[in-house]
Ligand binder design. Structure first.
Ligand SMILES: [Zn+2]
Length: 161
């Protein structure tokens, strides 16, 4: 369904735009089956075939993974602690840096004219971090790993200040 003209049309699986000429609009799906009913005869991704734009299932496709909410809650809490403590470390070092993120994800954004140099130093301090300063915490990490990360950040921040 097109929200710009309220037009509808059959989806052959390749439709990306409305057939009518008007301003750009994001097409929405109108599901034949409004209820979310997994197919119990399958244990792979295609158990959700009623909700997928599917022509035919692939043989040997993977199954879905279920993560226990306590493990996710733990790494989200670790992420929050890392962001709060990293912001404090940078602030105490006198850097105009920012720390962003959500859940187990974080971004360290060194300020100043040599922000990129700061990130290079960070890698040399024993922490492998994305060149843009973003990272994520996995369920294998602990409070001790976050403490090591913050100690490395403190050393780098002292050099960058
Ligand atoms: Zn339209």
């Amino acid at each position: 369904m097109c929200p710009a003209c309220n037009g509808t049309g059959a989806d052959g699986g390749l439709r990306l735009a409305c057939a009518d000429a008007h301003e750009p609009a994001l097409l929405g799906a109108v599901y034949r089956e409004p209820r979310f009913l997994p197919d119990p005869s399958r244990d792979d991704l295609f158990r959700y075939h009623r909700w997928l734009p599917l022509r035919e299932p692939l043989a040997g496709s993977g199954t879905t993974a279920v993560y226990r909410s306590d493990a996710l809650a733990r790494i989200n809490h670790l992420g929050e602690r890392l962001r709060v403590d990293a912001a404090r470390v940078l602030r105490e070092a006198g850097l105009s840096s920012r720390v962003t993120g959500l859940g187990s994800l974080f971004g360290i954004h060194p300020g100043g004219p040599d922000g990129a140099g700061c990130r290079r130093d960070f890698t040399c301090a024993g922490v492998l971090i994305d060149p843009r300063g973003v990272g994520s915490l996995s369920t294998a990490l602990t409070d001790g790993d976050v403490a090591l990360f913050l100690a490395a950040l403190r050393r780098v921040a002292a050099r960058c200040a």
